[in-house]
Design a protein. Structure first.
Length: 254
């Protein structure tokens, strides 16, 4: 399996639960050493050169509570700055700025143990973003988020990539957030890449998705069924555009 993420690119690893998404990220972050093949991050072996890689890498794993270790939110977010050699003033500026960016500045003095799951996820993300990483690695960042929270996180990550130039790798079993955020999608099945491409391209590969225990979005399934019935409609993420094509086709046939 070859997975290459370029500077500033946002790549989604799409797979069903239990398909090895988390294991793949553990290899990328240097937590595991590959039994076969190789992993390179910034041209380095992340397992062997862990200390060199970690200063350039931001990570939020699936259970953020497990990586929050500070007695307060502010201290936890500041923890990753200790090895960057920043002045106290610069550390303070970064922590406060990151907390405000995520809308959790008011939580700075709170004890993490008493936070909600959504708040903990934001604190863990703040701890990853505060170091201004070249690569941000996120394991199921959209799990258990409602529609508005998904849109908010998508906008934040897009801004991080655009303004800071960060590359982002994130895993998901949900297709909708992938469509909103990813530049490139990798579909995993049995440890292999079953499909790769831009979201619009990948979501048209219904057979590959089905074999990977995933299902194409309903809008794409509708377009496919219409095509099988002889009505050619271009797939799109925007339901209004798809509806306009269907209406135009029927109007033209009258």
């Amino acid at each position: 399996m070859e997975l290459v993420v370029r500077a500033g690119e946002i790549a989604a690893i799409l797979a069903a639960n239990g398909a090895g998404k988390t294991t793949l990220l553990q290899h990328v972050t240097g937590m595991l050493r590959p039994v076969e093949g190789s992993v390179r991050v910034f041209g380095l072996d992340p397992y062997r050169d862990f200390e060199k890689v970690r200063t350039r890498l931001g990570v939020v794993m699936q259970n953020p509570a497990e990586q929050i270790i500070g007695p307060t939110v502010g201290e936890d977010v500041a923890f990753g700055l200790g090895h960057l050699g920043l002045s106290r003033e610069e550390q303070e500026k970064r922590v406060q700025g990151t907390l405000e960016q995520l809308g959790i500045g008011h939580l700075r003095g709170k004890v993490p143990h008493y936070l909600s799951g959504g708040e903990m996820k934001k604190v863990a993300l703040a701890g990853a973003l505060v170091i201004e990483p070249e690569l941000l690695v996120l394991d199921e960042p959209f799990a258990e988020l409602d529609v508005s929270a998904v849109a908010e996180l998508v906008a934040l990550l897009r801004r991080q990539s655009r303004e800071k130039g960060s590359s982002i790798i994130f895993t998901s079993h949900q297709l909708e957030p992938v469509a909103l955020l990813a530049d490139t999608v990798y579909v995993l099945n049995g440890g292999q890449v079953a499909a790769k491409g831009r979201p619009l391209e990948v979501f048209q590969q219904g057979e590959a998705l089905e074999k990977s225990r995933l299902r194409a979005p309903d809008l794409f399934r509708l377009v496919d069924m219409l095509g099988q019935g002889g009505l050619e409609v271009r797939p799109d993420f925007d339901p209004e555009k798809v509806a306009a094509q269907i209406i135009a086709a029927f109007a033209g046939g009258r």
